[in-house]
Every structure is written in C-alpha cells, then in structure tokens.
Design a protein around this ligand. Structure first.
Ligand code: FRU
Length: 428
C-alpha cells in the first residue's frame, strides 16, 4: 500500500473549478521518449546566430487574428526576447528586452531593433508574449516583469499591451503612432496566485506569457497565459484528481513537497475591441502536485479539436515523477475543458537524451511547424550552477542563443509525430 500523505484524503479544494483539466501524476509517469517525439541532435557549429551581439531566446511571429502568420507588405515579422551576448546566460532574464526581426522568405531574418520606444515599456524588463495584426494595427502583448526603475530586482509579473501602426519604407520595418502601454491582466488571488501568496514559501512564481487566441467556434477573443494555482503553499493540498485513477493512486507515493508545484494555464476573455478589458476565467489546465511551470501556452485548432501546447523543464516536475525538457500537448473538442494528453503521455517534442537541454521554448505554428531556440554558448568551463547563480530565480536555467532548426510535426486526432527537421529559424 502506498503512503499517500493524509491531506489528499481531505475534501476537494475549496478553490477547485469544474471544467479545469488536470495534468496528473499518472499522466506524467507514462512519459516516454521515442523516435516520434525526439528531435534530431543539432550540430552547434552549423548554427548561425541571427543576431551575434545578442542572446536570442523566446520568439513569436506576428500573426493574424485567426492565428495564421501575418505578412506586411511582403514581410514576415518575428519578435524575440534578447539581451547583450556578453552577459552570462542566467542574467539575461533580468535585463530582457523585445527586439524584432523581419524577412521576406520567412527564414533569413534581419534585425530591426527594439520594438518599444525607449522608456515606454512597462516592467523593469519584458518577458514573452504575442503579437497580432488586425486592420493594419499591431497589438503587442507582453509580460511586464518587475517595476520600471526598481533598484532591487523583483519578480512581479503582469500582462501588458501596447498597439502601433506598422510602416515599411525602403525595405525597413518600423512602428509608429504608439498607444500608451497598459496593464491588461494581473492575478486576482482567486483562480491565479498572487506574488504575495507565492512568497509564502513557493519555489517559483508565474503570471506571464500572454498569447492572443480567437476561438474559431465562438468568435470570442481570449488571452492565454502561464499562471500558478491560487493559494499559499500551506493552503494547498494534493487531491485525488491531481494524482490520477484510483488504481494508480493506490500504488503511488506523493512526497509532501509536491504541494509546492502548482503550474496552471490561465485564460481571460476579451471584453472590448481594443483588447484592453478582460474577464479572468478559471484555468484551462492545472498541474497541481505535478509541475511548477506551464510556459508559453498556446492553441492550434484543427477540425473540431483544440490542441493546447506548453513548454516545461525537467526540473519543474514535482518530486517522485519526471519528464524531459519538452513541448507537451493536450487536446479537447472544447476550449475550456476536457483536455487529454496527446500521444497518451503528452510529450510532443524533446531533445535527445545525449543533449537534453539543446533547445527550448517550442511554439507550434498552425501548419505544424515548430520553432524553438538553441542553446548556443559554450560553458567556458563553468558548471550550470555557477552560471545559474547570476540570477536568483533561474538557478538551473540553460542558455539562450539563436533560433534552432524548426521541426515539422504531424497532428492527427490525438497523435503527433515529428516528421522532419527544417532549416534554422523557418516559420513557414
Ligand atoms: C520561457 C520563459 C518564459 C518567460 C521567459 C523569461 O523560456 O521562462 O516563460 O517569459 O522565458 O525569460
């Protein structure tokens, strides 16, 4: 008989929401790397940096409202988190800024510069987001991390938005006619944990990565984001629904520290056409007692199905269960409930076991192209821990370099498969 710690026998959490799907400990124990979900190893010497003077990591394309990749006067535009390449990799999160690149062929990217005008972006640095063009106006969504001008680095995260017109002159892309930058969403402490709740003992905190989505079925518009389930660590318990079937639970230990893992995928419905007002809704998915970070959530639709993807790290799984750094996916015929792991175990893309941290931050395009960034820099003799100490929050983080070779995956019903590797940085 397994030793389930007593709190899982308490009544269901007062906060649990009907509809929210659970990524369970049982699901995670099924994870297996195989030829269909393991990306080919990349040879670092063949990688070309799209901006040698910068670390380039999380990247997203300018999209149309329907999710397709936008073209502006023949150009595609991508946005990336960037930091000068001479800072140690762990430090880059503390000074991240969003730069844009553009290209006619969707693969040879030219650096345009910083997106936002000097001093206008909110936060002491900017983390990942999304961008959408509608009727010539670009809506930029991003994570405002910390507060502008703070002397001591903080990890508060709020979702922000600004909009602008786009101009193409003599082959150069520029943005003009900027709106004010506005905070559009903050955690309310009911469905999504606040920084203050998290500060009472949690290991990491998230309210970030806003991603615009228009539901083709209802026509309603949403922002998806990475969050944490509400409550302080002391208030949260591991429930049967977090563990899996009764049969599995009967034979599975849940270490007590698992309550510190409360990753969630949040959603908010837009309430005005400027996309500045939202109703925050219960999470689409929670990984309570399972995983701490469900990063950069995004949805691709196909037929009647919603395919929900998210990235996570090996070191973000709760004690007693494990999975590789990877792109994980779930599908449902409803936007807000009933998600089941793709391929039975949820794993869609991982690196080879020999180079498990080679690429990260995968994002699936509507045509099945998957982008990510490649860790480019050598360790210069330092251990990961030594490098990680550059940033208190991201102790075991890896390196940001440049766009990795893209992948093409097939998506058929509840199954995905890596079909082939494409050139680096291909978004097509
Ligand atoms: C993923 C990520 C995002 C975040 C950014 C911070 O690589 O952790 O969730 O916005 O990196 O640099």
């Amino acid at each position: 008989m397994a030793t389930l710690f007593s709190s899982i026998l308490t009544p269901a959490s007062a906060f649990a929401e009907e509809g929210t799907s659970n990524w369970t400990r049982e699901d995670v124990t099924k994870i297996e790397q195989n030829a269909d979900n393991t990306a080919p190893e990349i040879s670092k010497k063949d990688l070309e940096q799209i901006a040698p003077e910068y670390h380039v990591w999380d990247t997203w394309p300018l999209r149309n409202k329907d999710g397709s990749i936008a073209t502006v006067n023949g150009y595609k535009i991508i946005m990336s988190l960037t930091a000068p390449s001479d800072v140690l990799p762990g430090k880059r999160h503390d000074i991240a800024e969003i730069r844009y690149f553009y290209s006619k062929d969707g693969k040879d990217w030219k650096l345009g510069g910083k997106i936002f005008k000097e001093g206008e972006a909110l936060g002491s640095r900017q983390w990942a987001g999304s961008a959408m063009i509608d009727d010539g106006k670009i809506h930029f969504f991003y994570t405002a991390t910390g507060r502008k001008g703070e002397t001591q680095l903080t990890y508060e995260q709020r979702l922000a938005k600004a909009s602008a017109d786009v101009d193409v002159t003599k082959g150069e892309i520029q943005f003009s006619n900027w709106s004010d930058h506005e905070i559009i969403l903050e955690p309310e402490g009911k469905y999504y944990q606040t920084k203050e709740q998290s500060a009472q003992g949690d290991i990491a905190y998230a309210f970030r990565d806003p991603w615009f989505f228009k539901d083709p079925k209802s026509g309603k518009e949403y922002i998806l984001f990475e969050g944490n389930s509400n409550g302080t660590p002391a208030e949260r318990t591991c429930q049967a629904e977090h563990i899996g079937s009764e049969e599995f639970a009967a034979d599975h230990d849940v270490p007590e520290a698992s309550t510190l893992f409360n990753g969630s995928i949040g959603i908010a419905e837009a309430k005005n056409s400027e996309l500045t007002e939202y109703e925050i809704l219960p999470p689409i998915m929670e990984a309570n007692c399972v995983n701490q970070e469900l990063e950069r959530p995004h949805i691709v639709t196909k037929g009647n199905q919603y395919y929900l993807f998210t990235d996570t790290h090996k070191n973000k799984f709760a004690p007693g269960i494990t999975g590789p750094d990877g792109l994980y996916g779930f599908s449902s015929n409803s936007l807000t409930e009933g998600y089941e792991p793709l391929n039975g175990d949820g794993l869609v893309v991982a690196n080879t076991k020999a180079e498990p941290y080679q690429t990260y931050s995968w994002m699936v395009m509507p045509n099945g192209t998957v982008i990510s960034f490649a860790n480019f820099y050598d360790l210069n003799g330092l251990s990961i821990n030594e490098i990680g100490q550059q940033s208190e929050q991201f102790q075991f983080d890896h390196f940001g370099g440049t766009l990795a070779p893209s992948l093409k995956i097939s998506i058929h019903k509840d199954e995905t498969r890596i079909v082939k590797e494409l050139e680096a940085g291909v978004f097509k």
